[in-house]
Structures are given as C-alpha cells and as structure tokens.
Unconditional design. Sequence first.
Length: 153
Amino acid sequence: MGADEFSPLKGVMTVPIGKIRWYDKDRGFGFVSNPGAEDVYVGSSVLPDGVEELRKGQRIEYDFADGRPGPQALRIDILEDSTPRRGGGTGGSSGSSAPRKHNAEELNGMISDMISMLEAGVQQDLRAGRFPDRKIGRQTADVLRAVAKELDR
C-alpha cells in the first residue's frame, strides 16, 4: 500500500471497508458494498491466499479501480475471517486470540498510510474548525478500528 492510496483528491476512494453483498464460489465472483457509491465487483483472482469464497455480510477492506463495466476490486483484506480455507476448517471469529493478518512491515506501511490520510483529510478540516464530512469520518473510523484491532492481537 502506498501513501498515494489515501489521496485527498476528489473521486479517489481511500481504502473503503464494505460488506459482501453476495459471492458465488462456483461462478468465481460477487459484489461488495461501496459506501456511498456503486457496489464493487470482486473476482476470485483477488481473494487472499487460502480463501476460496466470501460470505454475505462479511466485512472486508479493499482497493478498487473504475473499470469499463463498473468498479472492480484490485485487492481485498478480510476483516472478519469466517471463510472456509483451502485444506478444510474455518477461520474463527476475529477475537484477540486470532493470528495476525499482517506482518510488522505491512502494518508499518498501513500506519504510515493512515497518518497520511489523517493529515491530508481529517486534520485539515479540524484545523479549519469543522468536522470532516460524515462519509469521510466513518471511513476513517473504520480504518482506525481495523489497525487498532491488528495491533491489539
């Protein structure tokens, strides 16, 4: 993840967190909600290693790009790990005993990106004496919670 993913430019999404609307394992695709915009296509090629399918209502963090037929996920991270894994078994709930999803280097990059996002968006509004847009505030809070959850394992 590069710092440019959290660009404050108009029209650029900042690592949204959404819920799986539906996913068909046999067809190899589904859709995730995109806060305030069109749902995003999720193909099997962007599933994390070992994940065969996604469940309706499962929360994920994702990057996406606007494609010809519509927005398409480029990368996803599962925030609630309840999907079946290759080799059998299911992941548990995302409690404090769950294994870490990111190594220290990846988490360092996420925190660096998060700081850039806070400085470019939220902090500017607060410095100007106003709260950020509700949508931006909600997305920022979701990102903060996801990073905090990872640190608290």
